[in-house]
Design a protein around this ligand. Sequence first.
Ligand code: AMP
Ligand code: FES
Ligand code: ZN
Ligand code: ZN
Length: 330
Amino acid sequence: MKCRVCREPAVIDVRRQNANYCVAHFFRMCRDQVAKAVEQFGMIAPGERVLVAVSGGKDSLAVWDLLVDAGYDADGLYLGLGIGDYSDESGAYVRRYAKARGLTLTEVDLPDDYGYDIQTGSRAARRAPCSACGLSKRHLFDKAAIDGGYDVVVTGHNLDDEAAVLFGNVLRWQTGYLGRQLPVLPARHGFPRKVKPLVRLSERETAAYCVLKGIDYIVDECPMAKGNRHLGYKEALNAIEATSPGTKFDFYFGFLARASAAFQAEAEAEQEGLRPCRSCGAPTPGEICAFCRLVERAGGTLPPGEEPPAAGAVPVTLGARLPSPDAVSP
Ligand code: AMP
Ligand code: FES
Ligand code: ZN
Ligand code: ZN
């Protein structure tokens, strides 16, 4: 097996590209794919302040590493979700990486700062853990970005993640979600842009990137996610990809090029019915957004400045902040 570029011995094959790479050229391929995604979708402009949401897993550590190496001004954000040993360990991986590279890391802790954890929140809100978790994460990513004055929030979603979410949304024809399933969600009403620079790289490639670069990451999946639908979709797509390399890429990028626009009017219309939460300003179809209701039901507390206003009080945050809506695809 020889490297496609230099003909030296290769360490990895990338079947969808019908190519093998040595270490140096594999790194170059990863950098090129991130640069291409950033450029293709206008993800990050030069000089912008970037907040990378880092979970301690391979994808988010890889994207942070790749963006810092590419010269972006990229700080990290870790959310402690209160998922027992899993959260303790994942936080430790993020802190070790940040320290080793001398990078700035902000931390928010759900139990300490908001008085609940994912399990309590999920039970109280009668939502699946991953749904309570996704809701909390979206809210807190937005808030941390605003508080820190960042222009853009980066997540580590990769090609496998996006293809699996697309697959799930197509299976149920969730057309509103399909209209919002983009690698870039534009900034709106004071909330930061959200981007996914790894959409051109697969999970196997981000794992290989970390291993070859010597980046330690938490290998275990979240214990709450075991057996969820999303993992089933990934397995189904992997089975197809094994016999037909490139299918995942064509599925996702074909959707973006040829189908996504057809669903955008519906997604926009859903956004129009939203108004700012009376407590935190996040867009919601009701008075109080799903995050604030979740915190309340879970017996948690919103930090000072975020408490729900007294009944009849005039909402002060109207129109000031509008992050991703309550119902977004996982
Ligand atoms: P997941 O929803 O767990 O697949 O994670 C998707 C992306 O969200 C990751 O690649 C990270 O960018 C971000 N993320 C997930 N969990 C955390 C966390 N605890 N703290 C910060 N970012 C996270
Ligand atoms: Fe959110 Fe596991 S990381 S439920
Ligand atoms: Zn080479
Ligand atoms: Zn709210």
